[in-house]
Design a protein around this ligand. Structure first.
Ligand SMILES: [Zn+2]
Ligand SMILES: [Zn+2]
Length: 290
């Protein structure tokens, strides 16, 4: 829970006097609900308390004097603190039931304070851990698709995904997820990009590599000559022609970029020497030329 020191004394009282459900309808507050506070600082659903005050002139909780005109809107920050335990449940529920329109609505209402962002992050990490890439793709498509979220929420989500991406790159357990995130222009730091690049190279995910190179125009990351050479030499030894060809395609993309051209020339010279020494060099050269 956030430290309450930074909020007004009225908000502090609102927080202490109330819990996470409406005393009239007894339902738990949801992020998209509109809440009102009485002058005696009791909170209810806007709809519930207005209906009550149409007939009564006192607060249903403490019987303090109250009319519709005396109601106050509850500030976003206190409201979110108050319904904190419910947000986690709401997000999980929307994701679990594939109710992505609801998820968009929640996020649109969501204030990305440190504590509430944790819930969203946890939910995303959970999907990633479960390697449910289909679900992740659908969520990303929904959240990051055009006109789905307002501009500022879209930025918030991108920031959050960037943090998540940085975290999973460190673990490097699920390359498919990392690659799906890159599809949505969630950019990596140069160090992380370098990690992902070499990991994909080692896993022979060459299509992803071309994508990474094309999506990250102009971002220069360090390349590890030995890793690239090692992978191709291994494929040459095993006579994996498709892999060799695909790897060389990636290399030719890199070679077109000035920053890498020297390194790549060295790699190519070494590889040609290596091919000379192998038994089946003719068939490999043939495969490369095709
Ligand atoms: Zn209510
Ligand atoms: Zn009251």
């Amino acid at each position: 829970m956030d430290n309450l020191g930074s909020i007004s004394s009225k908000d502090k009282k609102l927080f202490i006097f109330n819990d996470n459900e409406c005393g009239i309808c007894l339902e738990k507050y949801r992020l998209t609900d509109e809440l009102n506070a009485t002058p005696c600082l009791h909170i209810f659903h806007n709809k519930c308390i207005k209906r009550w005050l149409n007939e009564q002139i006192y607060c249903p909780k403490c019987k303090g004097n109250c009319t519709i005109e005396n109601l106050d809107q509850v500030s976003k920050s206190i409201y979110e603190r108050l319904i904190h335990p419910n947000i986690k449940y709401e997000i999980q529920n929307a994701i679990e039931l594939n109710n992505f329109n609801e998820l968009v609505a929640i996020i649109e209402e969501f204030s990305f304070c440190a504590t509430s962002s944790v819930y969203l992050k946890q939910s995303f990490l959970q999907i990633i851990e479960q390697q449910d890439n289909l679900k992740l793709d659908r969520i990303l498509e929904k959240l990051l698709g055009e006109d789905s979220l307002s501009v500022d929420k879209h930025e918030n989500i991108c920031d959050l995904l960037q943090q998540i991406l940085a975290e999973i790159v460190q673990k490097a357990t699920n390359m498919t997820t990392i690659i799906s995130l890159l599809d949505y222009d969630i950019f990596l730091t140069t160090d992380d990009l370098s990690t992902v690049f070499h990991r994909c190279f080692q896993d022979r995910k060459f299509n992803a590599l071309s994508k990474i190179l094309n999506n990250n125009y102009g971002v220069v990351f360090s390349i590890k000559i030995n890793v690239i050479k090692g992978v191709i030499q291994e494929d040459i030894n095993k006579n994996n022609k498709t892999e060799i060809k695909q790897a060389l395609e990636v290399i030719s993309i890199l070679k077109q970029r000035e920053e890498y051209s020297n390194d790549i020339s060295d790699i190519i010279i070494d590889l040609l020497e290596f091919i000379e020494k192998t038994d089946n060099n003719e068939s490999i050269i043939e495969a490369i030329i095709q």
